[in-house]
Design a binder for this molecule. Structure first.
Ligand SMILES: NC(=O)c1ccc[n+]([C@@H]2O[C@H](COP(=O)([O-])OP(=O)(O)OC[C@H]3O[C@@H](n4cnc5c(N)ncnc54)[C@H](OP(=O)(O)O)[C@@H]3O)[C@@H](O)[C@H]2O)c1
Length: 346
């Protein structure tokens, strides 16, 4: 099968080096479904920052890559084979899934080092959702970023690295999202708004391709208030506002220290983008570092919301398969507003 593959970590830890040296192979073996697994014929693969972050080698301790490595986790497609014990899925089902960082990277992981930027991928059946009426493009843009926003705000199913449950936001509460323009931020805005939560976000003053400012677009999605992080310090603007939760999708080290000034006593600072800073002890707020858990039960809920028209999948651009490195490069430059999708040859 066709698959894009990385051959090594980037020189000097530079993911851009690995992106520029990706190779398109035509003789990669089609994966086999073991017990509890399914093989998916991939139609669309979506890019996420973790795809290129792994190229730095900086995650090698927890999530080592073995080369040659097929990158990417988010896919939509059709089930082409099922392993023993799989009852909820059948050959021919149209599905979407986040293959899962924890499930794929590292010795002894159940799926081995397989990725979505290929004609076929293997997934744990318990992580795969039927995509209902969603198109392949819409479905591919949903899993990783959608699950992250949903679990970090609501489900309580996922836990932080520290093992504490996440997700307790309820109607009437106040949420601050650092990085409202990120795909996770855009999902979080909509999910929070639907739940009756008041949403404030940070974003740049940039405009989108159609001339709409990002701030106006995020308000259309449901944000009550936007703060341009290049023109004002959110901690100054929002001082004393007693937010219930901050969702940090940016990961700037200095933001940890500012959080107690805007969170209520007992409020949560949930970061999805900073795994290195150790916050100083603060008895006023709770700091939580979060990694999503791929699971079909949560993804089913999100698919249902999209079908009902209450959750929009943000899409920036759809690339041909030959241009997959350009999609990864745009993500690496943080120049996207929504999901970058890659069409896989059928
Ligand atoms: N822990 C987890 O389980 C988990 C899961 C998913 C994602 N993540 C992480 O969460 C982060 C967001 O992921 P994503 O896929 O949602 O991102 P994304 O969609 O690729 O983010 C793109 C957006 O980032 C914004 N941006 C660029 N530079 C910025 C800066 N200096 N400060 C703030 N925002 C900036 C830009 O909007 P503006 O023009 O408005 O700045 C751009 O539109 C990434 O670091 C990703 O690795 C973690």
């Amino acid at each position: 099968m066709l698959a894009w593959q990385a051959l090594a970590y980037g020189v000097d830890g530079n993911p851009g080096d690995t992106i520029s040296k990706l190779v398109l192979k035509d003789d990669v073996p089609i994966p086999v479904a073991k017990d509890g697994q399914v093989v998916i014929k991939v139609e669309i693969c979506a890019i996420n920052p973790i795809d290129w972050k792994l190229f730095s080698g900086g995650f090698d301790g927890m999530f080592p890559l073995t080369f040659p490595y097929t990158p990417c986790f988010d896919i939509s497609g059709t089930v082409s084979a099922v392993g023993a014990g799989v009852t909820a899925l059948a050959v021919g089902d149209e599905v979407c899934v986040d293959l899962g960082l924890v499930e794929t990277c590292g010795a002894g992981k159940p799926l081995g080092p397989c990725g979505g930027l290929a004609q076929y991928a293997v997934a744990l059946a318990e992580t795969v959702s039927k995509r209902g009426t969603l198109t392949a493009e819409i479905a591919a843009g949903l899993p990783l970023a959608g699950l992250t926003a949903y679990q970090a705000l609501f489900t309580g199913c996922a836990t932080s690295f520290a093992g504490t449950p996440l997700g307790q936001l309820t109607s009437g509460q106040k949420l601050l999202i650092l990085g409202g323009s990120t795909a996770v931020g855009q999902y979080a805005i909509q999910l929070a708004k639907n739940a009756g939560v008041s949403v404030t976000v940070t974003c740049s003053a940039a405009t989108m391709a159609d001339g709409t400012s990002k701030a106006d677009y995020l308000k259309q999605l449901g944000a009550n208030e936007t703060i341009c992080y290049k023109e004002a310090d959110w901690a100054t603007v929002l001082a004393g506002r007693d937010f219930d939760q901050i969702l940090d999708a940016v990961g700037s080290e200095e933001d940890w220290a500012k959080a107690p000034g805007v969170l209520k006593a007992g409020g949560d600072y949930v970061t999805i983008a900073n795994f290195t800073t150790q916050p100083s002890a603060d008895d006023k707020v709770k700091f939580k570092v979060f990694l999503l858990k791929s699971m079909a039960s949560d993804l089913d809920v999100l698919v249902g919301m999209v079908e009902k028209g209450v959750l929009k999948v943000p899409i920036d651009h759809v690339y041909d398969f030959k241009d997959a490195p350009a999609a990864l490069a745009k993500s690496f430059e943080l120049a996207n507003m929504g999901k970058l999708l890659v069409k896989v040859p059928q």
